[in-house]
Design a protein around this ligand. Structure first.
Ligand code: NAD
Length: 487
């Protein structure tokens, strides 16, 4: 697939420019060059996409869930057939290496296959009634039109994560693509249309959050908003959608702890810490950014971690360990927070700045950064940076580690490295997180598992897994009364 010079919106099966004709520039994070431009949509464009979704929704909902599943399976298989091409677009837009982009595309296919299968399940519940000759059950129906707003960090997975569950439940959708990854959303909608998804079932608008996402959230015909992004924007969306009592599912940020106990396998703990903190250049909601280490092994662990971190190489190829961050604004924000932390007494052990050597200076590269002696309530300890920056904290033992892990506004993922069943079990029970891992990394969930977290990491919903069906469907109680005299 060749990325067009201008990426247009997809509305009712047709590609259309923004009403104003305005475009925005998409830059390559690796070298700052322009990859393409894309439509700068505003209210009128969003309204056209919503109108197309409203018109298509009854017909889509009238298909049996099995038929919808058949069509979505065709979309997932078409995505699989073209996964090398899609991965190339993902890699170009994000600066991540082709191997990671391909893995992410494979995950999107898996999610599509899983959700297509839900067409044959979409279970309700049958149960008893207290009243003679009466039966009770629940059935699922669509919510209506879904507004889907996503982040750019894993662009094809983020599209799949929302579109497949929304559509299998009989909703139609308007996807507000992430402004940093317009081409991936465009490629998905092209593939879906070619694979037989009817026009109007999935509409895609491009543009900036307040200009294109805002009108989607505010529109009375949009029955449900599912948002993946920052806590700050999530809060704004919840307030706006709350005024009209629209359903809102928020998948937000994290400041995730990884605890290394004195009985941990040191080599494995170092390896998993590197991956948890720095893979995808730390641009993962699940990334570990607070590394909590027992006093007894702190010095030895840090020494190895710093040594390994300094050896990481940055670039866009499979030979590199991590790529650039997504845009200049994000890079500059991160550098500023690190610098303020340093001014306030934290120590930068390695990294801490933008890479300005000839190989990296045109791109948005942040050196993998380790920091110690940051206060647990300081800005850098409590604000998600969404980049390759992790803080190290020294604790006396398990109880202090658990307390520090939980001392956060967020609660998305958590991890512990220990040989002790007792520590592992108590940690998994007591840590305030939606996903907890023993002896590996802070990673997101598999397609068939629910993901999300308490506190400022979300608003209680879980996507994907079968739990996503609760986000995207409306439950209805059905009572059937039988008259024995009419038999
Ligand atoms: P962001 O909140 O700035 O933007 C996310 C999306 O929201 C973009 O499409 C943007 O255009 C849109 N948006 C921005 N302002 C808006 C507004 N006022 N109204 C409607 N839409 C608006 O986030 P980001 O920096 O692009 O992404 C990083 C964030 O996403 C991190 O906080 C990360 O943790 C989070 N994230 C969470 C998950 C999860 O599953 N919990 C997964 C991936 C990323």
């Amino acid at each position: 697939m060749t990325i067009p010079a201008v990426i247009l919106n997809t509305i009712n099966g047709c590609e259309a420019p923004a009403e104003s004709g305005d475009v925005l520039s998409k830059r390559n994070p690796h070298d700052g060059s322009e990859i393409c431009t894309f439509a700068r949509s505003r209210t009128g464009d969003v309204e056209a996409a919503i109108a197309a979704s409203c018109a298509a929704q009854p017909g889509w909902a009238d298909l049996t869930p099995v038929r919808r599943g058949d069509i979505l399976r065709d979309v997932a298989l078409a995505l699989r057939d073209r996964q090398e091409e899609v991965a190339a677009i993902v890699a170009l837009e994000t600066g991540k290496c082709p191997r990671d982009a391909l893995g992410e595309t494979g995950g999107a296919v898996e999610l599509g296959m899983f959700m297509a299968g839900e067409g044959r399940r979409l279970y309700g519940r049958t149960t008893t009634s207290a009243v003679p000759n009466k039966s009770a059950m629940t059935i699922r129906g669509p919510v209506g039109v879904a507004g889907l707003i996503i982040a750019a960090n894993t662009p094809i997975a983020n599209v799949a994560w929302k579109v497949f569950p929304a559509l299998i439940c009989g909703n139609t959708a308007v996807l507000k693509a992430a402004e940093d990854t317009p081409a991936t959303a465009w490629a998905f909608s092209r593939i879906a249309a070619d694979a037989g998804l009817p026009p109007g079932v999935l509409n895609v608008v491009h543009g900036l959050g307040p200009e294109a996402g805002g009108p989607l959230v505010a529109h009375p015909a949009v029955d449900l908003i599912s948002f993946t992004g920052s806590t700050e924007v999530g809060r704004r969306i919840a307030a706006l959608a709350g005024q009209r009592l629209a359903r809102v599912s928020l998948e937000l940020g994290g400041k995730n702890p990884l605890v290394v106990c004195d009985d941990a396998d040191m080599e494995k703990a170092v390896e998993w810490t590197l991956l948890s903190a720095f893979s995808n250049a730390g641009q993962r909601c699940a990334a570990a950014s607070r590394i909590i280490i027992f006093d007894a092994i702190y010095d030895a662990f840090c020494e190895r971690l710093i040594e390994r971190t300094r050896k990481l190489t940055l670039g866009p190829t499979d030979q590199n360990d991590l790529g650039p961050v997504i845009n200049l604004k994000q890079l500059e924000r991160m550098v500023a927070v690190v610098s303020r932390a340093n001014d306030n007494g934290a120590t930068i052990l390695t990294g801490g700045s933008r890479l300005l050597d000839s190989e990296h200076r045109d791109g948005f590269y942040m050196a993998p950064t380790l920091i110690e002696k940051a206060g647990p309530r300081s800005e850098i300890s409590t604000h998600e940076l969404f980049g390759p920056v992790a803080c190290l904290y020294r604790v006396k033992g398990f109880r202090q580690a658990l307390a520090m892990a939980n001392d956060s506004p967020y609660g998305l993922t958590a991890c512990i490295h220990t040989a002790s069943l007792h520590r592992a079990q108590v940690f998994t029970q007591k840590v305030e997180a939606g996903a907890v891992v023993v002896n590996a990394g802070t990673y997101g969930s598999e397609p068939h598992m629910p993901f999300g977290g308490p506190k400022h990491s979300g608003n209680g919903w879980r996507e994907p897994g079968t739990e996503a069906l609760d986000v995207y469907s409306e439950l209805k109680d059905v009572y059937i009364n039988v008259d024995p005299k009419a038999l």
